[in-house]
Design a protein around this ligand. Structure first.
Ligand code: NAD
Length: 459
């Protein structure tokens, strides 16, 4: 009842139209920026408590990323909110045809635990920019970040505009039973189905930001040193708990040993002899995931890492070779610091492996060869493709981010966030002039003439 009252309060507030002026939205975005700047230290501490996030990773992957997204939105919102004019067909002249972005109304944002601050508030930036009221449901699996957000939001926002509901399955299910105007969910694809089913009862549109097995193809035509560094960084950042982390590596047999050696060397350069002692290496979120990822270590030959310590939730950066295609590690998203290395003979073989899996969030390829790049782009389907880089694919606000098929639906970041959280209302504004009588019944125009005229008047 309490949750329903919170949502009803937002519905009532939205209907007062107070969230619609651009000045209001800009002010709320500034409030969000202030919240982050005022509490940067608390946020970093909560992220450390939840995931032992290294300072640089917490700043770049969460706090700094969000600040940039807010600044970018502050700079561009007026322009985005104007909408755009379309060509007006002669039948509607004199007149104007245009798209006017309007807020949906009340929005529910449900987020996961791996980037618990950023993945809750980056969608909020878009929701505020579009003029919606929002209820935030942080992940209970990152309890320190969840509690911090729940304590900070009421200090900076009126609850009828933004409020936080902490909790797990029961609370989320209750929220999902209300007729929100838009639902934004980030997490796994099993729960995504629960979300979509609940949304269908109210015909509520959804955005689903999910995961999957992101392949990483290396070819002989790559700079192997840069490749090894990018892959190790992308895989072991946040201890592998990143939705766009390379999941498995596909490497030509001819260079498998060389790339493996370079990866081993890179891991040492990054994290030293004992990564457990490195300040730049994170931990697994909880016992359940520790157990799940530890079990995957048995699915191949460990060529680097393979060390675990349960009480520290530590799993070292690990490389696996000799992985069977039917092993569990090749059946599910790994979401941890374990990288299977799979050798292939030719690009066709690599493509046939990729095609065995549902559409991933991102396909990585390391190759200088434009022909090889084009082939991969044309023959695979994924949320996006990234050539010769890993995590920088996601940063910056210009490239829309999201999945396709099993990896999700709906793109966000930057202008795409504004578009995602807005309904693009189609508007025709006609003058009262030019209403020839022949356009109305009783029809006097011969059909043969109308056939000739129609294409012209529809434009
Ligand atoms: P999680 O367990 O924190 O769940 C996400 C949210 O769903 C939480 O708020 C949780 O309370 C809620 N939830 C869980 N079970 C539910 C149920 N039965 N009914 C209703 N709500 C429920 O996070 P997770 O799912 O383990 O997150 C990891 C997954 O998210 C991975 O697959 C990863 O690839 C994906 N991910 C995707 C992105 C992206 O942007 N595409 C980003 C991060 C993570």
């Amino acid at each position: 009842m309490e949750l329903k009252a919170a949502w009803e309060k937002q519905k009532a507030f939205f209907s007062t139209n107070q969230t619609k002026p651009i000045a209001y939205r800009l002010q709320q975005l500034k409030n969000l920026k202030k919240l982050i700047l005022d509490h940067e230290k608390d946020i970093m501490t909560a992220l450390f408590q939840d995931l032992k996030k290294p300072e640089i990773e917490a700043y770049t992957g969460e706090v700094g990323y969000l600040l940039h997204e807010i600044d970018y939105t502050l700079k561009n919102l007026k322009r985005w909110a104007k909408g755009h004019v379309l060509k007006t067909p002669p039948i509607n002249m004199p007149g104007k045809t245009y798209i006017f972005p309007e807020p949906y109304g009340t929005v529910l944002i449900i987020s996961p635990w791996n980037y618990p601050f950023q993945l809750l508030l980056a969608p909020l930036v878009g929701s505020i920019a579009a003029g919606n009221c929002s209820i935030l449901k942080p992940s209970e699996i990152a309890p320190h970040t969840s509690a911090l957000v729940a304590s900070l939001i009421p200090q900076y926002f009126a609850p009828e505009f933004i409020s936080v509901v902490e909790g797990g399955v029961a609370e989320t299910k209750e929220l999902l039973s209300f007729a929100f105007d838009f639902i934004f969910y980030t997490g796994n694809s099993t729960v995504a189905r629960v979300v979509m089913e609940a949304a269908s009862k109210n015909l509520t549109p959804v955005a689903l930001e999910l995961g999957g097995k992101n392949p990483c193809i290396v070819t002989e035509k790559s700079d192997l040193k840069v490749t090894a560094r990018e892959i190790a960084w992308g895989k072991f950042f946040n201890a592998g708990q990143t939705c766009i982390a390379p999941d498995y590596l596909l490497v030509p047999q001819s260079i498998e040993q060389k790339l493996t050696d370079l990866l081993v060397q890179t891991i040492q350069e990054f994290y030293g002899e004992d990564p457990q002692k490195s300040k730049d290496y994170g931990r697994i979120i909880n016992q359940r995931h520790f157990k799940r990822v530890s079990e995957l270590l048995q699915d191949g030959k460990v060529v680097a890492g393979g060390k675990t310590e349960e009480k520290d939730l530590y799993i070292s950066p690990t490389l696996l070779t000799a992985v069977a295609s039917d092993a569990r590690i090749m059946k599910e998203e790994i979401f941890g610091p374990v990288l299977p290395i799979i050798a292939y003979n030719n690009l066709e073989d690599a493509l046939s492996i990729i095609k065995q899996y549902p559409k991933p969030l991102v396909v990585y390829m390391f190759s200088k060869d434009k022909k090889e790049q084009t082939q991969i782009a044309q023959e695979t389907s994924s949320g996006g493709i990234c050539f010769n880089a890993t995590l920088s694919y996601l940063v910056g606000s210009s490239l829309p981010f999201g999945g396709v098929g099993e990896s999700g639906m709906g793109k966000y970041h930057g202008q795409s966030s504004f578009a995602l959280f807005s309904h693009p209302k189609s508007i025709l504004r006609r003058s009262f002039a030019l209403r020839p009588k022949i356009a109305y019944p009783p029809y006097s125009i011969p059909l043969s003439y109308m056939k000739k005229l129609l294409n012209y008047i529809l434009g």
